[in-house]
Design a protein around this ligand. Sequence first.
Ligand SMILES: NC(=O)c1ccc[n+]([C@@H]2O[C@H](COP(=O)([O-])OP(=O)(O)OC[C@H]3O[C@@H](n4cnc5c(N)ncnc54)[C@H](OP(=O)(O)O)[C@@H]3O)[C@@H](O)[C@H]2O)c1
Length: 217
Amino acid sequence: MKVFIIGAAGKVGLRLAEKLAHGGHEVQALHRGAEQSTKLSAVGAKPILGDLTLLSAQKLGRLMKSADAVVFTAGAGGAGMDVTNAIDGRGLELAVAAAQASGVSRFLLVSSYPDAWRDRERSEGFENYIRVKKLADAHLVASGLDWVIVRPGTLSDEPGTGLVAADVAIPYGTVPRDDVAATLAAIIHQPKLSRVILELTSGDEPISSAIARVATR
Ligand SMILES: NC(=O)c1ccc[n+]([C@@H]2O[C@H](COP(=O)([O-])OP(=O)(O)OC[C@H]3O[C@@H](n4cnc5c(N)ncnc54)[C@H](OP(=O)(O)O)[C@@H]3O)[C@@H](O)[C@H]2O)c1
């Protein structure tokens, strides 16, 4: 399969790019920093330089044309409300428009729990992040694409275990980025899982069986 990853040089994106490339897939890796091409090539992905704030939907659509699936895992990374609005918000809308324009139907989005960190002090920036993520989910749901939204809990860089809790609604928790990438890869291999919002934390079920269970319910 040919998979177009937006945010491919990020912590989840790079793990996913490596996993897919090692599995024999063609990985097109959109990244915005020229220096990131080396690490993307090193994991077997094809680097494609592009900035979500500068691309048009038509141009991004041409870049992703003929892909079997798009994965959007870009994010502002706490760079402030304006950047969150531009990347997690308008960037997602741009990517959806590009997928529609180029006829790529399958679209996976890395989102977040709407109830993330509700037990902590709530800053204006974090509240904005949660709001933008939720509106991005709603935008994708209304797109008509063959979407899957993954809402991971708090991400960690701990090694993955391959064991998760995954369902349409589960309690909030944490999850290693390795396991988020492995879950995205499993979803790419499971076309029956469609138009589902999947919450994801560490758990005790193998990723492949969790995805198969939800897909065939
Ligand atoms: N942190 C958490 O606990 C948590 C929890 C749930 C969900 N999430 C979400 O999970 C997703 C992936 O997280 P992560 O840890 O992999 O984040 P990350 O390492 O910050 O990766 C995000 C990627 O998006 C890229 N990006 C930002 N602006 C861009 C632009 N204008 N054009 C193109 N690419 C751009 C970044 O590029 P650069 O490398 O150049 O900065 C980065 O590579 C994010 O959407 C995040 O909101 C995070």
